[in-house]
Write a protein that binds this ligand. Structure first.
Ligand SMILES: Nc1ncnc2c1ncn2[C@@H]1O[C@H](COP(=O)(O)OP(=O)(O)OP(=O)(O)O)[C@@H](O)[C@H]1O
Ligand SMILES: [Mg+2]
Length: 359
């Protein structure tokens, strides 16, 4: 991801390769989300729950969706804005959207057809929830919903009764796991799912998620996505990571912001480099899992040299898991891997004293 992002910047605005690099970035982001997904399923990674806007989530996925459906299909969007937020794991909800759109596209096949995405808010009463697949135990009330409807082949009642069974498929190449995963995710979010279909008349899936506490009809969260490219970095950042490709990408990104860099390949190495250059180093970007001396041991060693050292921890684990060892011990920040140039820029803007906000 990092290499594709940086390669894109090195190209001329009008270069046609930029488009392809953008797609590589998107594809890697998707792969990274999928890995996180599989870790979540196997119980090896916690859900990363955030307040999010379903309309914005769908909107961000449009390009990804357009490449994953057949050419004869048109997607229509009717996304409510503003929409109350929901507490959800973005990667998992994306997975739901992808599984639903894939099925919809497969149900339309090579014919012409339409898939429509609609979002909104509704009051769901007991009868409505009872008729849904997972909603029987949910409280009545207001829910945010996302509906995916297609004009495909539809299904009869017998098929509809089985679609959530793992390995149930009517397709030659199907694995029958798509809807089981959808069900698991919706259940995990205390949501409900309604299905409506008839042979020859398409299918409609409506997912309901509870409104996040304290969210009325909040505007979308990602309003501040204004990109700023001016360099603001000053001084040296020490990049500590045992993976060479990660060091290289971090160095490229930091140098673009204006920092000079030094690198170290593990905790021990980092301590040695820091000892030599403590007065030039303004911050340390520190990996968590490394041979010889890991991130937390290295952090303590650096603090013994300079109690005010600014350390940004970086890990493929979620912030919650990665920072358990560091609670209250004065980390300057946390960067979830893989990170974008923008995320790195924003983090170091904060750490180095608000420089990220300057034009
Ligand atoms: N939008 C839809 N229209 C018609 N039938 C559908 C639709 N969505 C799901 N189905 C039916 O439900 C079955 C199960 O769907 P599911 O996504 O779980 O598995 P799959 O699509 O067959 O395989 P996989 O998703 O693992 O590749 C499908 O085989 C199909 O018969
Ligand atoms: Mg499927």
């Amino acid at each position: 991801m990092g290499n594709a992002a940086m390669a894109g910047r090195a190209l001329h605005e009008a270069s046609p390769a930029r488009l392809m690099l953008g797609r590589i970035e998107e594809a890697s982001a998707r792969a990274s989300d999928l890995c996180r997904q599989m870790l979540a399923y196997s119980g090896k990674g916690k859900f990363v729950v955030k307040s999010l806007n379903l309309s914005a989530l769908v909107e961000e996925m449009t390009r990804l969706m357009e490449v994953s459906i057949s050419k004869s299909v048109v997607i229509k969007y009717d996304l409510a804005e503003p929409l109350p937020l929901v507490e959800a794991d973005a990667a998992q909800i994306q997975q739901v959207v992808l599984n639903l759109i894939t099925n919809a596209s497969e149900a339309i096949g090579e014919k012409n057809g339409v898939i429509s995405f609609t979002t909104g808010v509704m009051h769901a009463d007991a009868a409505y929830l009872d008729a849904s697949v997972t909603g029987d135990l949910l409280p009545e009330g207001r829910y945010v919903w996302l509906e995916v409807a297609d004009t495909g082949a539809g299904m009869d009642a017998k098929t509809e009764a089985k679609i959530f069974d793992p390995f149930f498929t009517t397709k030659f190449t199907g694995r029958g796991l798509g809807m089981s995963a959808v069900l698991g995710i919706v259940r995990g979010h205390h949501g409900a799912l309604r299905v409506c279909s008839e042979p020859g008349r398409g299918a409609t899936f409506r997912m309901l998620l509870p409104i996040a506490e304290g969210s009325s009809a909040t505007a979308s969260v990602d309003a501040a996505a204004v990109e700023k490219h001016a360099p603001f970095g000053e001084g040296v950042v020490l990049v500590v990571d045992d993976e060479e490709t990660i060091r290289e990408v971090a160095v490229m990104m930091l140098e673009e912001i204006g920092f000079a860099t030094l690198t170290a390949v593990n905790g021990e190495d980092a301590v040695a480099v820091y000892r030599q250059h403590a007065d030039e180093i303004v911050a340390v970007l520190l990996d968590m899992t490394m041979p010889k001396m890991d991130g937390s041991a290295c952090f303590y060693a650096l603090r013994r040299i300079n109690p005010d050292v600014k350390v940004v921890l970086s890990s493929g684990y979620s912030e919650e898991e990665a920072t358990t060892h560091f609670v209250g011990k004065g980390l300057a920040g946390f960067l979830q891997k893989p990170y974008s140039p923008e995320a790195l820029r924003e983090m170091f803007g904060q750490v180095i004293g608000g420089g990220g906000q300057q034009p």
